[in-house]
Design a protein around this ligand. Structure first.
Ligand SMILES: [Zn+2]
Length: 268
């Protein structure tokens, strides 16, 4: 067995020719946001080897409808035992339903959405047609939730909106990111924690005091927590270290690090 059983449910990478441009553009726009890898799949694999991570989900984001096909094609090229790409269909894509169907037919497990880059509000009426297609094809939807470090603090994806979506469409396999909602953890504590809503944990443990983080982790159903890092914007090994420092019980840790993701992705 290679490096223990760990799945990182939230990473990013770009094609080898795009990676330098993409990383440069993001860094120029936001010099305050650090990064730890060069944005390629090969650097992600090296980081996974070093940290003992078996599989990573790569969450691509189509910032324009026309990016659907290049993301899908690239995702087909890079998928492997260790790399689980999620495709991306822009909510304003005129061929939205057909493209969501193609994602399923190509064998992908899910989609990533980002309410800031794709300019929508999580519980807007117009979004439910999209979510219903995701359910129809039994796909997983990884959703950026909470504020975003790179954007003005508009409440596009806050805990109240997450709850609205899940009330209206409880069968949606929605994965909230950043421990429910980035930089909105008081609201996460009062509105999300304790409910059967998946929370991936990236970009949270480096902001929250450990005792507060531990409380949120322990009050949430253990089957609904997922390890994620948001690599290359966080270091995978360091993210693991922060999680391990919480000293959660080993059964809960195993679910967070591996078996919840394994069940969702239906992998061995
Ligand atoms: Zn991310």
């Amino acid at each position: 067995m290679r490096g223990g059983k760990i799945i990182d449910f939230h990473t990013h990478a770009f094609s080898d020719d795009l990676a330098p441009k993409a990383m440069k553009a993001l860094t120029e726009q936001h010099p305050e946001i650090p990064y730890f890898l060069d944005g390629t799949v090969s650097s992600l694999l090296k980081s996974m080897d070093a940290a003992g991570i078996e599989k990573s989900v790569i969450c691509s984001i189509a910032t324009k409808p026309k990016q659907f096909q290049p993301i899908l094609d690239w995702s087909l090229q890079i998928q492997s035992d260790r790399i689980v790409p999620f495709a991306s269909v822009h909510p304003a894509d005129p061929e939205r339903d057909e493209h969501i169907k193609q994602v399923k037919q190509a064998g992908f497990k899910g989609l990533k959405m980002h309410p800031y880059y794709q300019e929508f509000y999580l519980d807007d009426d117009s979004m439910f047609g999209y979510y219903e297609q995701v359910c129809k094809y039994d796909l997983i939807l990884v959703m950026h939730t909470g504020f975003d470090i790179a954007f003005e603090r508009v409440r596009r994806a806050d805990p109240a909106r997450i709850v609205n979506v899940m009330k209206r469409l409880p069968e949606l396999k929605l994965i909230t990111t950043h421990l429910g909602a980035w930089q909105q953890w008081d609201e996460v504590g009062s509105q999300i924690v304790g409910k059967n809503i998946y929370m991936e944990i990236s970009f949270a443990l480096d902001y929250l005091p450990p005792d507060k983080a531990k409380q949120l982790f322990e009050k949430h159903p253990a089957d609904f927590l997922l390890f994620g890092t948001d690599s290359p914007w966080r270091d995978q090994q360091e993210s693991l270290n922060l999680l391990r420092k919480l000293n959660l019980d080993s059964a809960r840790m195993e679910k967070i690090l591996y078996s919840n993701a394994q069940r969702l992705l239906d992998v061995v």
